[in-house]
Design a protein around this ligand. Structure first.
Ligand code: FES
Length: 273
């Protein structure tokens, strides 16, 4: 059993938990994920590690309440325990000592982006970040990014904070203003990562994306995260979750993600009823 040390509500659908997990905290690196089960019969939930503290022996996870299992997780409080948490899994992000890197985090995608940006900043890389959300409430971790980034730009759909519009508007503007980035790291909804890659491809900026959103059980066996990258079949949970965004077949990913919507809906009705 693993103890939840603290819990924070970041907005109406996104929560943060710091969990005591000494083994994982000692070994994990940015980009890796854990699989947790809330209780004995729980479904396996793969979640990218949002932060870790080797001294406190903790890992931080940030999750969006999108389905049956994450709803169950959200009902746990500080002091409660969860059944198990396995990891670290997946390949660590390949972080290079570039001059300047731009991170783009859409909604809850800011969570897996954070440890990568933090590590880059510790390596002496200049980092800027664009954070996006539907409204200002959906922009998460802004303060934490401000501590480590040179510039933090915000975009919201309704203009309640920062630029009114999309993160890709800000990206285009920065490039057109002459900002030079050696790499872009984009993590968020598939449609956002696809749009970012379309722009950075045009400007020849290498771009890394995280395909964590398409993972289901995180074991390499369910096949749910199968994706074509550069014409080759890959599994996000085994070969990723980070990939060269310019090589990812996003259309295929989006089709796959839609496949499980109906089952999820049926389970949720069960939990609420
Ligand atoms: Fe099931 Fe990767 S999540 S095979």
């Amino acid at each position: 059993m693993y103890r939840i040390l603290s819990k924070k509500i970041l907005n109406e659908t996104v929560q943060l938990m710091e969990i005591e997990a000494p083994y994982i905290a000692r070994r994990c690196e940015p980009g890796q994920f854990v699989i947790l089960r809330v209780d004995e019969n729980g479904e396996r939930i793969p979640l990218t590690i949002a932060d870790y503290d080797r001294e406190r022996k903790t890992v931080t996870i940030i999750y969006q309440i999108v389905g049956y299992s994450t709803k169950k997780l959200s009902q746990k409080e500080a002091g409660d325990t969860i059944q198990d948490i396995a990891g670290p899994l997946g390949k660590p992000s390949e972080l290079k000592k570039h001059k300047r890197v731009l991170g783009i985090g859409g909604g809850v995608g800011a969570a897996p982006l954070y440890p990568q940006i933090k590590k880059l900043s510790e390596m002496g890389v200049n980092v800027d970040v664009i954070l996006g959300g539907r409204t200002k409430e959906y922009v998460i971790l802004e303060d934490k990014f401000r501590e480590i980034c040179q510039n933090v730009y915000i975009a919201t759909d309704d203009g309640s904070r920062g630029h009114r519009g999309l993160v890709t508007d800000v990206l285009t503007k920065l490039i057109e203003e002459g900002k030079e980035y050696d790499e872009v790291i984009a993590i968020g909804p598939l449609v956002m990562m696809k749009a970012v890659c379309a722009i950075t491809r045009e400007y020849h900026i290498p771009t890394s994306v995280s395909l964590n959103p398409i993972m289901i059980d995180g074991t390499g066996m369910c096949g749910g995260c199968r994706v074509t990258v550069g014409g080759k079949i890959k599994f996000a949970c085994v070969d990723g979750p980070d990939f060269d965004g310019h090589l990812v077949d996003f259309e295929e990913c989006m089709r796959r993600q839609r496949m499980y919507k109906e089952e999820e809906h049926v389970c949720l009705i069960g939990l609420e009823g």
